[in-house]
Design a protein around this ligand. Structure first.
Ligand code: HEC
Length: 107
């Protein structure tokens, strides 16, 4: 139920800020990625800064990873924790996936 409310609230936020351009930061937050990924500090997962460095100039590869077609580059030993999250990202529409990749790479 809590999840449902959060999803509805996130949907309302998306509509309020413009339904046309997908917002990568909102996707990142509404899909729960922020629970394990901090912008600058490694927590459960590597920081967004570290991920952005690893995928600098390789947005296509990052999108591939998020679609479940790539291999982990940043911290392969911990990939078991990240793997289930890909079930979420691989079903995102292409524009949201693109916006999400742009948001990650902006760090
Ligand atoms: C339960 C904790 C957790 C959540 C939630 C989580 N991640 Fe991760 N993520 C990790 C861990 C741990 C790694 C390190 C393993 C790895 O490099 O794949 C990682 C790695 C990554 C990487 C680097 C991949 C690489 O090449 O190594 C990306 C990109 C990423 N996460 C994106 C996301 C996105 C987008 C979301 C939200 C849909 C998300 N993560 C949610 C824990 C999490």
């Amino acid at each position: 139920m809590k999840k449902l409310i959060a999803a509805v609230a996130a949907g309302a936020m998306l509509t309020a800020t413009g339904a046309f351009a997908a917002n990568g930061q909102q996707v990142f937050q509404s899909k729960g990625c922020a629970a394990c990924h901090n912008p600058n500090v490694d927590t459960v997962g590597p920081s967004l800064k570290k991920i952005a460095q690893a995928y600098k100039g390789k947005k296509d590869e990052l999108i591939k990873f998020l679609k479940g077609q790539g291999k982990p580059h940043v911290d392969p030993a911990k990939f078991a924790i990240m793997r289930p999250q890909i079930n979420t990202t691989k079903s995102l529409p292409a524009d949201q996936l693109e916006a999400l990749a742009d948001f990650i790479l902006s760090h």
